[in-house]
Design a protein. Structure first.
Length: 283
């Protein structure tokens, strides 16, 4: 009898339906019933987070859409949401959206009212990938300065009070290329054709992502990005202590001289590449 009672209570506590924020007049629920099944249900959790911080709406405000509203079937906000959620789910290739555009779950994520209508295909989404081209065909552009400022704003807003210290980690890493993309160069260290983007993090929060060709110095453009980020952080927290941290690829005179200037007052911790003077030192 005790075993039967325990089994009964165990079954009774199992939750079969999980509810999320509604989609206009539709309920959004997950359950273990059969039917049209998607393996991307975890994206609904990302949607909950986005609703709290309003990230995608703020990203959309960094873009300008010069398309004629009469002929627009896919709104800018929907396209950005579709592409960004796709990247978060691991669908990096635009070709993936030829199938994803028919996925009702992706339609929910993109904010489409009529879930039965297909989302944007790869050719339409490509307009987000190649801004600044022909004014006749490429009518969606973004303002890089607004996106840069947004990343820092999100970091600042994540703090209830001024931190005592902010450590900025600078890094350059490779993005391997397998085609003949513009500004494609071979990099000896990574032994492949690649891009060499610059990243700046504060903890696990991204403050800068700058795409660069791989035929540049690893620290190229680093000083300009640091100046911009430090200025924005100090505009909110004038007395915060800022430390730059990076490997030997960023151990450059112009960057260290700027940090040591009394007006900037930024500490730094850089690695040193092995050289004859260091290796010949006798203890």
């Amino acid at each position: 009898m005790a075993e039967e009672r325990a089994a009964f209570h165990k079954t009774e506590c199992n939750q079969k339906v999980f509810s999320f924020a509604s989609h206009f007049s539709r309920r959004v629920e997950t359950s273990f019933t059969a039917g049209q099944v998607s393996s991307d249900g975890g994206a609904l959790l990302l949607r909950q987070v986005d609703r709290k911080i309003g990230l995608l709406k703020r990203v959309a405000s960094c873009f300008t859409d010069r398309r004629s509203p009469v002929f627009v079937q896919h709104q800018l906000g929907e396209m950005l949401s579709q592409r960004i959620y796709g990247l978060a789910l691991g669908y990096e290739d635009l070709n993936d959206h030829e199938q994803l555009r028919h996925d009702p779950l992706m339609a929910v994520l993109a904010g489409r009212r009529k879930l039965e209508d297909p989302l944007a295909g790869k050719s339409t989404l490509n307009r987000l990938e190649l801004p600044g081209g022909s004014k006749r065909y490429h009518k969606i552009d973004y303002v890089p300065e607004k996106i840069d400022a947004l990343l820092c704003d999100l970091f600042i807003e994540s703090h209830a009070e001024a931190p005592a210290r902010i450590v900025l980690d600078l890094d350059a890493t490779d993005i391997p290329l397998h085609g003949h993309q513009p500004e494609r160069f071979f990099h000896g260290y990574y032994d492949s054709y690649c891009y060499l983007p610059l990243y700046i993090f504060a903890g696990d929060q991204l403050l800068c992502a700058r795409l660069r060709p791989s035929n540049v110095d690893g620290a190229a453009g680093g000083l300009d990005e640091v100046k911009r980020i430090v200025a924005q952080l100090r505009s909110r927290w004038p007395k915060v202590r800022i430390v730059l941290r990076a490997d030997s690829g960023f151990c450059r005179e112009e960057l260290m001289a700027w940090c040591e200037d009394e007006q900037n007052n930024v500490d730094f911790l850089f690695g040193l590449a092995r050289n004859s003077r260091l290796t010949d030192v006798r203890m």
